[in-house]
Design a protein around this ligand. Structure first.
Ligand SMILES: [Zn+2]
Ligand SMILES: [Zn+2]
Length: 337
């Protein structure tokens, strides 16, 4: 039996990079210390913030909810609301929703369940069907990612949140980094920082408190705190996603050469730092003319998708027609598929 490096109790985790072993209690301390350090280092949260936490009910987001709830006892006037975006994937979300609901009720956390049906006009299953029927070239995960962000922004505006926190861990960030390198999307690479903030009032600050914590550790933190059941629950659309392959690749690399993920994350942070010095113009955000969410174009990606899928409401359709009359270049984005 391996013992904890700090006490006599049995170890539940060995950090392969530092070779330090942790018992349950010392692991939880180590984990929370690391996440608090990330929050301080990047100035993520201040007293008086209203934080909206995107929670799926899975291990990472339940860990984030639990950790931030503990933090509210240390930072004055910090308020939390959890939002679960229900994509409407048959047989998938039903398994994780109770994790959030039970936890929130037990600990008195405010929570909102926001469905794709209500906010987008169709569930992800229906969107995928429509998209195949219309021969649109997008994969389920493209819709899901864009629409999840859309719903999160909408809810954040509805409750006047000052911060949106998501549970992206180091593995997620490193995978997205490599995916964007593979497609030569450097613009996206340099926007993968731990915080996105802006002086524009409509752009709500976004933070990733688990940015420097590997997935193995967020999963263990969730299990040790009894936040999720130790069962495997995977999105049925995962096979369409290039992330699946990249994830396997990065894990193989880390197995053979422990510390590879930290190395990749370090190179990403360095790229972001260099880019922030050489770029001449700041990436401009504007308000989408249809939904009012932040967007890098006149009409946001979610609204373009909704238009292609025939999901715009009547008044939104006429708003889009007004925009197209003045900016015909938008129709190229709309129909180029
Ligand atoms: Zn110990
Ligand atoms: Zn929009």
């Amino acid at each position: 039996m391996v013992k904890c490096s700090y006490c006599d109790k049995p170890a539940v985790y060995i950090n392969k990079v530092s070779n330090i072993a942790y018992c349950r209690q010392h692991f939880i301390e180590y984990f929370e210390h690391k996440a608090r350090k990330t929050i301080r280092k990047y100035n993520m949260i201040k007293p008086g913030d209203l934080i909206l936490i995107g929670v799926s009910g899975g291990k990472d987001s339940m860990a984030l909810l639990h950790f931030l709830l503990k933090l509210t006892k240390k930072i004055p006037r910090l308020e939390l609301t959890a939002v679960l975006v229900d994509e409407g994937i048959r047989g998938y979300r039903e398994k994780t929703v109770p994790n959030l609901v039970n936890y929130a009720q037990k600990h008195g956390v405010k929570y909102i369940i926001a469905g794709f049906r209500e906010y987008i006009g169709a569930s992800l299953d229906e969107i995928v069907e429509k998209s195949f029927a219309k021969n649109l070239p997008y994969m389920p995960c493209s819709y899901c990612g864009v629409f999840r962000r859309y719903v999160l922004n909408k809810v954040a505006r509805e409750i006047s949140a000052t911060v949106i926190a998501t549970a992206h861990n180091m593995d997620d960030v490193v995978q997205t980094y490599l995916m964007n390198l593979v497609t030569n999307s450097i613009d996206r690479v340099v926007s993968l920082g731990p915080v996105r903030s802006s002086n524009e009032e409509f752009l709500i600050k976004r933070i990733k408190p688990f940015y420097e914590i590997p997935e193995k550790e967020t999963a263990l933190y969730a299990l040790l705190n009894g936040l999720v059941q130790p069962e495997f629950n995977q999105c049925p659309y995962v096979k369409y996603n290039v992330r699946f392959t990249i994830r396997k690749l990065v894990n193989e690399l880390e197995d053979k050469y422990p510390g590879s993920k930290y190395g990749l994350l370090g190179s990403l942070l360095e790229l972001i730092r260099i880019h922030s010095k050489v770029k001449l113009v700041d990436k401009k955000f504007m308000k989408c003319a249809i939904c009012g969410n932040p967007s890098s174009h006149l009409v946001c990606r979610a609204c373009l998708f909704r238009a292609q899928l025939g999901l715009l409401r009547e008044e939104e359709k006429s708003m889009l027609e007004d925009v197209l009359r003045e900016h015909p270049e938008i129709s190229r984005m709309l129909y180029k598929s």
